[in-house]
Design a protein around this ligand. Structure first.
Ligand code: TRH
Length: 386
């Protein structure tokens, strides 16, 4: 009986955007670096992956980066042998893994531990579904649902062991922020203003927010990675939104910066007084940045995302009324005047930064997702051995 769980295959289909590969790449790195797991990351879209990790070479079927084997997942419908199967198999967001792979899983002398890693939500039903098992219809295999989440009845959040200390060092070390922002083309005067990063879906009321910032008293610098909210950003700039472009109107300077490698995106979040984030991964990273953030949630049919947004606001931002009001307005859940709620929110930024530190401590108590997932896999393996 193979007791140790030393290898892991993580299957990722990029549905859209960057969140799918963003999360899988982060998880793969952590499992390899902190837990010594031999990870193979199967991913179907190497071009999206390359945006976050410039070392990726889209023309290669197999490559190794940071000790992780990256396998381009095309239509590998062929036959796999049990020797090719990892001890732990993760399908991300219920992507269907190759049938040949599943057949070989069933033939292994020791059955691999099989997970469906789900999306993040603060809704109460998640606690009831986390860690549930689902036997395969015809093969002697069981799949477990693993949900990230915000309390001890879920899998927790992705968090590298050294992230908080690296972030604190960056924020406390004189000159780190300035050097980093200067590399992105931000001028000293722009850095001295209130600094906000902007990452959202194209339907966000960006024009209204920019106009609110333009009219306020205090100078504000908005840094927006190239490709984000391009139409509204181009309209403000009066030219196509390319990295390096900037314009100042009223109190607002809007600067387009390059779309950053994933590690640098963290530094951007650490450098700003407030971060507008979206989806899942940037949303979680903003929670570790120790700064205020506003979440633009991924839209779902029948406004199901409104329920998800409110569930998060209930568990998190008991924080302040202005944060709740701005979040609801930004997501167009309720009609609010962004100029008014922004002023209230801005006045509360120092208080919100303190509350974020409490939130962070609270989240850390539940352990991190990668460690929780491995612990659970060990439990499954042990119970199978009895
Ligand atoms: O790209 P997203 O909208 O991804 C979404 C969500 O994950 C959503 O839940 C999922 O269903 C959908 O995809 C398919 O937002 P998210 O999750 O924040 O992922 C963005 C990733 O891009 C994240 O890893 C941070 C990274 N990033 C950079 O590396 N550099 C950048 O400059 C920016 C703006 C983002």
């Amino acid at each position: 009986m193979r007791a140790a769980l030393t290898s892991l295959a993580l299957f990722c289909k990029v549905v859209d955007n960057f969140g799918d590969i963003g999360i899988c790449w982060r998880l793969a790195r952590q499992l390899q670096q902190e837990h010594g797991i031999e990870v193979t990351l199967w991913v179907d879209d190497l071009l999206s992956f390359q945006r976050l990790c410039p070392e990726v070479r889209p023309e290669l079927a197999v490559q190794h980066i940071n000790g992780i084997r990256i396998q381009h997942w095309r239509d590998q419908l062929g036959v796999f042998t049990p020797e090719q199967i990892a001890d732990i198999v993760i399908e991300f967001f219920a992507c269907d893994i190759p049938p040949g792979y599943i057949n070989a899983m069933a033939q292994c002398a020791v059955t691999p531990v099989w997970f469906n890693l789900e999306g993040l939500s603060a809704e109460a039903w998640v606690e009831g579904c986390h860690a549930l098992s689902s036997p395969h219809g015809s093969l002697p295999l069981t799949k477990y649902f693993f949900f990230p989440g915000f309390n001890a009845n879920t899998g927790g959040l992705l968090l590298e062991a050294d992230l908080v200390s690296r972030r604190q060092q960056f924020q406390q070390q004189p000159g780190e922020r300035e050097q980093f922002l200067a590399r992105l083309g931000v001028t000293p005067a722009e850095m001295a203003a209130l600094t906000v990063s902007l990452f959202c879906y194209p339907h966000a009321p960006v024009a209204e927010l920019l106009s609110a910032w333009e009219q306020q008293e205090q100078a504000l610098t908005c840094l927006v990675p190239e490709g984000v909210a391009s139409d509204s950003v181009s309209a403000f700039l009066g030219q196509s939104a390319r990295a390096g472009c900037s314009a100042t109107r009223g109190a607002l300077t809007l600067r387009v910066i390059p779309f950053l490698p994933q590690q640098d995106y963290d530094r951007l979040l650490w450098s700003c007084d407030c971060n507008f984030v979206r989806g899942e991964d940037s949303f979680v990273r903003a929670q570790w940045a120790g700064r205020a953030f506003i979440w633009h949630i991924y839209p779902q049919d029948e406004n199901l995302h409104h329920v998800k947004l409110k569930a998060f606001l209930r568990c998190h931002s008991a924080q302040t009324d202005s944060l709740t009001a701005l979040s609801l307005g930004w997501n167009q859940v309720s009609p609010v005047k962004l100029s008014q709620v922004w002023s209230e929110f801005q006045a509360e930024l120092p208080k919100i930064a303190l509350l974020s530190a409490d939130w962070q401590r609270q989240m850390q108590l539940h352990g991190d997702l990668a460690s929780n997932l491995l612990k659970f896999a060990q439990t499954v393996r042990k119970s199978a051995a009895i």
